[in-house]
Design a protein around this ligand. Sequence first.
Ligand SMILES: [Zn+2]
Length: 299
Amino acid sequence: MNRKKKKRTFIVGVLLVISLIGICQYFQARKEATLEPYIKLYLHEQGTIVGMDLEQYIKGVVTAEMPASFDIEALKAQAVCARTYAVKKLIEEHSYPQDADLSDDVNFCQAYASSSPRELAKRIDEAVESTRGEIMLFDSKPIDALYCSTCGGKTESAAAVWGKDVSYLRSVKCDDCTNSPHYQNSQTINNEDLNKLVGDKGKTLNIKILTQTPSGRLKSLSINGHQLDAGTLRTELKLPSSWLEFHPSVNTTVINTKGYGHGVGLCQYGANGMAQRGKDYHQILKKYYSGIVFYQLAY
Ligand SMILES: [Zn+2]
């Protein structure tokens, strides 16, 4: 069987999981569902394609997306997230350059690293191999397994960020990421530079928070009467998150931030903190993704 056919067979197999979840034994008995998918990955910096088995790809994603020094249960949780995310993309037949199945561009998919130091690679191999084929489902479908570095104390809901409620992406309290270097940060910005963001050349600064998400993250603000959305502010000032406070003074403003990333889904440092408290990867994932079930792909 050629690679393209093999991949198509896998996708058909996964679609069967979705429609026939109630009769899993029927699916598992199908010979073609036992084939591990072979994927074509687009390397966006090189502009080339590389092919590999799905589990090999998952090892590269875990390498790139989480420090290999993290607890093994956190690495396993990351492996299940990465696999679920990838399988969802494969089912959706997402379009990437050069007809690739997946991309290493974090703006559209997950990061990927082809190698890591030998000792660290062993830990990643263990995390991926011990969760081989395991994904997360909600309502019989692979979930959108979003994750971020550090939530800062509370994750964000999908509804607050995208305006669309996703049952398993609710805001949850997180007490386990306090050891993250990104838990709290602070930076000082010249008031003139803040004014420039809204095209105002004045030196006086008047900041007002207009809207916030239920978790406390900023949605929009006004600077000297000009409205600005939080995404633009975050991009322009390279702020680690939109969960922030302003402390203006005469010439400068201190901006304190909590967390790093969008805050939706798994908190990676929180996962590591939970693992250090003795929680296993199933417990970790169930905390950050409400109401999910685990499913074993039969390859
Ligand atoms: Zn957290």
